[in-house]
Design a protein around this ligand. Structure first.
Ligand code: AMP
Length: 407
C-alpha cells in the first residue's frame, strides 16, 4: 500500500486463506477435584487469587510536545489529526533519540504508545532518505496488522510505499508489492523468512530495523528466524528493539545486533500487579455456564476476553453466549485470518464486548481497555496464566481476572 492520503486501502484478507491450526491436547476431563489442572502442570488455585497492588502509574510529565520533534511536518500533522497531543513516556524519551539515528532498546508494556515511538523516527528517516528501507518485525499477524494501520495513518501523504508480509494470506499481492521495492516492510518472522528463501526479498538494502515485542517472539520460538533475518540486513543500520522484559536471552540478542543502543525503560510494574485476581467455583458444566453468565451481566464486566482451551470450545462458547443475548465473537486458529481480524476489530471498536479466545490466537491481541480476563478453562502453565491476565490492566488501568475451577 502507499501511504498517500487518497490511496485505496488494500485488504490483505480477501482470499481467506486458512490460518495455521494450533494443536491442543484432548479436552480436559475434570481433573483433580478443586485443583487447577489442565493438560500441563498442576497449578495451585491459590495462585489465581491475588489483590491488585498497583492501579495507577505515577504521574509522568512529558519533556516534549510533538511539535518540538524535528520530524517532517506531514508526520506531525498526522499525529495531530490522530488526536495525539502529549507524547507518552516511551515516545517522549525515544523519539528525539531515534530521530538522531541512534539505536534504541525500549522496555515498555504493550499499550504504552510504543508503536508511534518507533514509527515517527522510522517514517521521518524514510522520507528524508529515499534509498533507506525499513523492516518492522512483529511476533503475530494481528500485531503486524496493527502496526501497519498505525503506519498508514502516521505516514499518510508521505509518498512512502509499504507492504505487509504475514502468513494466512495469499502470496500474490505480497509478491507484486515486493517487486515495487517498498520503502517499508512490516511482517511476521515466518513469512519474511519464506520470502527470503524464495529470493523474493533481499534485505541487504534495509538500513533500519524494528523488532517489536521481542520477548513474545522468543517465547514463540522465533529466535533462530530472528537471527537469520537480522544477519542479512545492511550495515551500518539503525535498530529499535522493544520488549516488555530484558531477560538474558533478549539482552544477548540485542547486544549482538545493536550499536551502542540507548536503553529506555518506562515500565513501572508488571502488568499483572494491576489486576485483581480471583477464582469462581463451579459444580457442573451447566453451573459453569450459569456462573459465567452472572459474571458477564454484572455491570463491571465491560470488555471481557474469555479463554477456552480448544478451537471447538471457543467457537461453541461464543455461539452459546450470542444465543443468550451477549455480543460475543470468537478468535482462534480455526478461523481465517479475515474472520480473526473482523472479530478483533469489532472487539476493539466496542461492537462486541466479549471475545472468546484460545491462547495462541490471543497472543496477538493488543486491546488497551480490556477490563476482564476470564479463564473459563484453566491455563496449561502458570506462564500461560500470566500471559492471559496481562491482557487486562494495560497502561496502568485496573483489571480483573477470574479463573473457573471445579468445586
Ligand atoms: P500502542 O502501545 O502503540 O499500541 O498504543 C496504544 C494506544 O494508544 C493506541 O490506541 C494508540 O493509538 C494510542 N496512542 C499512542 N500514542 C498516543 C498519544 N501520544 N496520545 C494519545 N493516544 C496515543
Amino acid at each position: 500500500m502507499s501511504y498517500n492520503s487518497n490511496t485505496r486501502t488494500r485488504s490483505f484478507t480477501k482470499r481467506g486463506a486458512r490460518a495455521s491450526h494450533q494443536s491442543f491436547g484432548p479436552k480436559r476431563s475434570g481433573g483433580r477435584r478443586g485443583g487447577g489442572v489442565a493438560h500441563g502442570q498442576y497449578i495451585d488455585p491459590q495462585k489465581f487469587i491475588r489483590k491488585a497492588t498497583a492501579t495507577e502509574n505515577p504521574e509522568y510529565i512529558a519533556q516534549h510536545k510533538f511539535s518540538d520533534f524535528q520530524a517532517h511536518d506531514v508526520i506531525k500533522a498526522n499525529l495531530t489529526s490522530k488526536g495525539y497531543v502529549t507524547p507518552s513516556p516511551i515516545q517522549d524519551q525515544t523519539i528525539p533519540v531515534g530521530l538522531l539515528g541512534k539505536d534504541i532498546i525500549g522496555i515498555a508494556n504493550t499499550g504504552t504508545g510504543k508503536t508511534a515511538a518507533f514509527l515517527v523516527p522510522v517514517l521521518h528517516k524514510l522520507m528524508s532518505s529515499p534509498r533507506s528501507r525499513a523492516l518492522i518485525v512483529a511476533p503475530t499477524r494481528e500485531l503486524a496488522q496493527q502496526i501497519e494501520d498505525e503506519c498508514r495513518s502516521i505516514g499518510k501523504g508521505s509518498g512512502l510505499f509499504g507492504t505487509l508480509l504475514i502468513g494466512g494470506t495469499s502470496m500474490g499481492p505480497q509478491l507484486r508489492d515486493l517487486r515495487s521495492n517498498p520503502n517499508i516492510i512490516i511482517g511476521t518472522p515466518g513469512r519474511i523468512k519464506d520470502h527470503m528463501e524464495r529470493n523474493t526479498l533481499r534485505l541487504d538494502t534495509f538500513d533500519t530495523v524494528v523488532l517489536d515485542e521481542v520477548d513474545r517472539m522468543l517465547d514463540m520460538g522465533f529466535i533462530d528466524d530472528i537471527r537469520i533475518i537480522l544477519g542479512k540486513l545492511a550495515t551500518p543500520r539503525q535498530s529499535f528493539f522493544f520488549s516488555a522484559t530484558l531477560e538474558p536471552k533478549i539482552s544477548q540478542l540485542i547486544e549482538t545486533f545493536s550499536n551502542q543502543p540507548l536503553l529506555v525503560s518506562t515500565k513501572t510494574s508488571d502488568t499483572s500487579e494491576n489486576v485483581n485476581q480471583d477464582v469462581v467455583h463451579y459444580a457442573s458444566s451447566v453451573d459453569k455456564l450459569d456462573k459465567l453468565h452472572d459474571v458477564l451481566i454484572s455491570d463491571v464486566a465491560q470488555k471481557t476476553i474469555v479463554f477456552e482451551e480448544t478451537q471447538r470450545g471457543a467457537e461453541r462458547l461464543s455461539k452459546e453466549l450470542t444465543a443468550r443475548g451477549f455480543s460475543a465473537d470468537a478468535i482462534h486458529g480455526g478461523k481465517t485470518q479475515g474472520q480473526r481480524q473482523r472479530a478483533l476489530k469489532s472487539f476493539k471498536t466496542n461492537q462486541i464486548n466479549i471475545l472468546v479466545a484460545t491462547d495462541v490466537a490471543a497472543r496477538g491481541i493488543d486491546v488497551v481497555d480490556i477490563t476482564h480476563v476470564i479463564n473459563y478453562s484453566i491455563p496449561k502453565t502458570y506462564q500461560d496464566y500470566t500471559h492471559r491476565i496481562g491482557r487486562a490492566g494495560r497502561a496502568g488501568r485496573a483489571g480483573q481476572a477470574l479463573t473457573f475451577v471445579p468445586r
